[in-house]
Design a binder for this molecule. Structure first.
Ligand SMILES: [Zn+2]
Length: 162
């Protein structure tokens, strides 16, 4: 199930982003923005979220808010920018997006609609401690472990971190 693996990385991302917070009591809600062109089933996402958060003390009982994001396209031929056209598939109760320009019929480029992003994490913090945004760095994608403690081969290369 594709949705389940997507949700696994979402839950991992939430935990990663909140790991630095020592005053965190629990995570109350997670907002996920999902482009309609991901074709992810929201019910399956919710199910995956529920199953996965059961195992995480911080996330247990957290709410999942899904914000659906409309697709936006642009046409390289005529410059059209905007929403997509859809064709209704009555038999499957589906509205399938058409990847051609509503104005000129050329193939459009997708600008928005394929994203799956954590846009908000609502947390419950310990009131006894001072609250603030300390240590809240983006620990998402592309995090580089500086210093290379586990030297692999080039043990003499020193990385300058400024
Ligand atoms: Zn066009």
């Amino acid at each position: 199930m594709h949705e389940f693996s997507v949700m696994e990385s979402v839950v991992a991302g939430v935990l990663e982003q909140t790991r630095e917070r020592g005053d965190l009591l629990s995570i109350e809600a997670v907002t996920l923005e999902i482009g309609e062109l991901t074709f992810l089933g929201h019910e399956q996402l919710r199910f995956g979220f529920q199953v996965l958060t059961e195992k995480e003390p911080l996330l247990k009982g957290a709410r999942l808010d899904i914000v659906k994001k409309k697709a936006r396209v642009q046409c390289p031929a005529c410059g059209y920018k905007g929403g997509m056209d859809y064709v209704e598939e009555e038999a499957y109760h589906l509205a399938l997006p058409i990847f051609s320009c509503p104005t000129c019929g050329d193939v459009v480029e997708i600008v928005e609609g394929k994203e799956c992003m954590i846009t908000n994490i609502r947390v419950v913090v310990d009131d006894g401690e001072e609250q603030g945004e300390r240590g809240r760095e983006d620990a998402g994608e592309g995090t580089v472990e500086h210093g290379g403690r586990r030297g692999r081969g080039d043990a003499h290369v020193h990385e300058e971190v400024t």
